[in-house]
Design a binder for this molecule. Structure first.
Ligand code: AMP
Ligand code: MG
Length: 344
């Protein structure tokens, strides 16, 4: 299959391209498109057969449910039941934006989307191209990250093409994603409400609306086999480049001393801007200042892919504090590393 590329420079001038892309989705094909978090692989969420294609193409386990993307909160009641008032408060404050809510589902949502769960995840993305595309489709769009399952999520159209060219009908290119990591997921289907995945909306921001909100134990720890995993995606190794990622904890002098003794051809480093002068290797990338979690989130997946292109075998990564958006960055790095940490 030839993958058609729709480059959008101006949403009005390029409206015809978005109409063609929406037409493909309406016909049951898959089209990747930009959101503010990462690129999504879109299918008409009400078409079970189209949704199954997402799992095929990504190699995604069928028990890992998808998020419905909707253009505004008025669509919530079409697909969700027993919506608590807090859901509307959160939507008013954070939509469009990087917040996904898990709510009780209506039977209008195909089983393929929810992996048979009695809940459904819904979000309204903060991206003009995504919103226009969804409105043109006229149905909710199921859209997991547009990468091969397990790989770093795509934050540019080029990343999508690298993973999926020839396997999907189209890619809408709307430039780089601003947030760079996936949405925050909050489970409102049962009390106490809980964050299942950290993202661009922070726990601190959520608690301004919800009061104290819990954090699923899987966010910063490996889930125990015996534990029932609430968000099924949490049990898989995720976001991982081909190289082995190892988190490099501890003081920068010692950390750099440790890495600088290793083979420069096969070792990559992902660190903060201020740390660059300490490292002597060949493949050293920084992903933002130590305290600039938003910059780190935006560049994280791109940097992991860029280090893979250098064919390094191991990537030693410096990890931010787990506060604010730093929590989402640490969570992605932990999962990418399969919980491999060296403490120097
Ligand atoms: P992504 O792979 O980035 O599209 O994220 C989708 C993630 O949302 C899945 O991996 C699940 O962890 C989570 N999710 C989707 N639907 C549900 C649901 N009904 N209940 C709990 N988590 C869900
Ligand atoms: Mg994903």
């Amino acid at each position: 299959m030839e993958t058609e590329l729709f480059v959008i420079n101006d949403i009005e001038k390029d409206h015809d391209k978005l109409e063609r892309a929406a037409g493909l989705i309406k016909n049951g094909s898959l089209v990747a498109f930009p959101t503010e978090t990462v690129y999504g692989l879109g299918a008409n969420a009400l078409d079970g057969q189209a949704v199954r294609r997402i799992f095929d193409v990504k190699g995604r386990p069928m028990d890992n449910p998808l998020i419905l993307h909707i253009p505004d909160m008025l669509w919530l009641k079409r697909y969700c039941l027993d919506i608590p008032p807090e859901a509307y408060k959160l939507a008013e404050r954070f939509w469009p934006g990087p917040l996904t809510m898990v709510l009780k589902r209506k039977s209008t949502v195909p089983d393929e989307v929810t992996a048979g769960l009695h809940t459904v995840a819904v979000r309204c993305p903060n991206h003009k191209v995504a919103l226009r595309l969804i409105r043109l489709v006229g149905a909710p769009v199921a859209a997991p990250s547009a990468n091969i399952s397990g790989r770093p999520s795509p934050t540019k159209a080029g990343h999508v093409l690298y993973d999926l060219s020839g396997k999907i009908a189209g890619v809408v290119d709307g430039g780089s994603c601003m947030v760079g990591v996936e949405s925050t997921i909050v489970d409102l289907s049962a009390k106490p409400y809980k964050i299942l995945r950290p993202g661009g909306v922070t726990p601190e921001q959520l608690s301004e609306v919800l009061g104290p909100v819990g954090l699923d134990s899987g966010v910063l720890q490996a889930p125990k086999d015996s534990e029932t995993v609430k968000a099924p995606g949490m049990k898989y190794r995720h976001y991982a480049p081909k190289a082995q990622v190892i988190l490099l904890m501890g003081d920068i002098e010692k950390a750099a001393g440790f890495v600088n003794r290793l083979d420069r051809e096969t070792t990559g480093v992902l660190c903060f801007d201020e740390e660059i002068p300490h490292f002597k290797g060949k493949y050293i990338l920084s992903y933002g200042k130590r305290d600039d979690y938003a910059a780190q989130a935006q560049k994280l997946f791109h940097c992991l892919r860029a280090l893979d292109e250098k064919r390094v075998k191991t990537i030693y990564a410096r990890c931010p504090e787990s506060s604010g958006v730093g929590l989402a960055v640490s969570n992605r790095l932990l999962k990418a590393s399969g919980y491999q940490i060296v403490e120097v």
